[in-house]
Design a protein around this ligand. Structure first.
Ligand code: GLU
Length: 279
């Protein structure tokens, strides 16, 4: 069986221990399977993504002994592809324009690891039609209609990681209630939402196994749903443990104190990082 996996950081901060664990795990799995390890920069947030973070992440990964088998995919170069899928969802009648505040929209657009809580959209704009779409409106997925469109289909994905191992069937009511009407795109800034871009690129890069943190488990369901809507077969998933700080909190980009570059400055070796994260 082929094995192609990836590490997909958002270059909005330095690489920290949690990222190092994720990257090392995916990389080790690919090498053990004789498969491929790919890199993808999820730089759709044009304001917060910085070239210096990309350079630092590449430098840190290389220092850790990680190699990738193709040039990194830059999401900021693929807005056309994401927009085509957004258009497909529009033509299926599964979207509505949303003019709720920038703050709401930012929370829904941002990668979940950034510590932005995932707020369930209160459906204020749900009855607006696409003909009312304003130039700065966000586009939301009408989750009820999306689930109706998939009625009768086996909506499941396979999880290989020990934490939730097994086949997970996506439950219509649960996803409507716990995930809600996610933002899938914005017209003004040509920014595809995290969910869509990331799911599409797993297909574009031929990923067979998505290895990533358990904090993304809920989002995996949404991505599997989007892939089904767009006629793609989802990959297999392996959600891993999170690296936590001494208070049990998961690390986020703001935890610069755990940045790999600081460990490097203090003389740690790549093997020391492996020991710290337990891999
Ligand atoms: N881009 C996400 C991050 O900030 C990871 C996405 C994924 O693994 O699918 O780390």
């Amino acid at each position: 069986m082929s094995f192609v996996t990836r590490f997909a950081p958002s270059p909005t901060g330095p690489l920290h221990l949690g990222h190092a664990y994720s990257a090392l795990l995916a990389h080790d799995m690919a090498r053990a399977a004789g498969g491929q390890f790919l890199l993808r920069f999820e730089d759709t947030d044009l304001e917060r993504s910085k070239p210096e973070y990309i350079a630092q992440i590449i430098d840190d990964l290389t220092w850790l002994g990680i190699t990738w088998d193709a040039p990194p995919l830059m999401q900021s170069e693929h807005f056309n592809a994401y927009n085509q899928s957004v258009e497909a969802l529009i033509s299926m009648g599964l979207t509505y324009p949303c003019r709720c505040s920038r703050k709401d929209i930012t929370a829904a657009l941002a990668a979940p690891q950034e510590g932005v809580p995932h707020a369930i959209y209160p459906q204020t704009c749900k009855n607006r039609s696409m003909s009312e779409r304003g130039p700065t409106d966000a586009l939301r997925l009408h989750m009820d209609r999306a689930m109706d469109a998939l009625a009768g289909k086996e909506l499941a994905f396979t999880e290989l990681g020990d934490l939730r191992k097994g086949v997970h069937v996506i439950d219509r009511d649960e996803i409507i209630q716990s995930v809600g009407d996610i933002v899938i795109g914005r017209k003004d800034i040509h920014t595809a939402a995290y969910f869509l871009a990331s799911a599409l690129d797993d297909i574009a890069q031929g990923i067979t196994h998505v290895v990533r943190g358990i904090d993304l488990f809920e989002f995996t369901q949404v991505q599997v749903l989007l892939l089904h809507l767009l006629g793609h077969k989802p990959p297999l998933y392996h959600h891993h443990k999170l690296i936590r700080d001494e208070h049990g909190k998961r690390l986020a980009k703001r935890d610069d104190a755990r940045a790999i570059s600081l460990y490097r400055d203090q003389g740690a070796s790549p093997q020391d990082i492996r020991l710290i994260v337990g891999i």
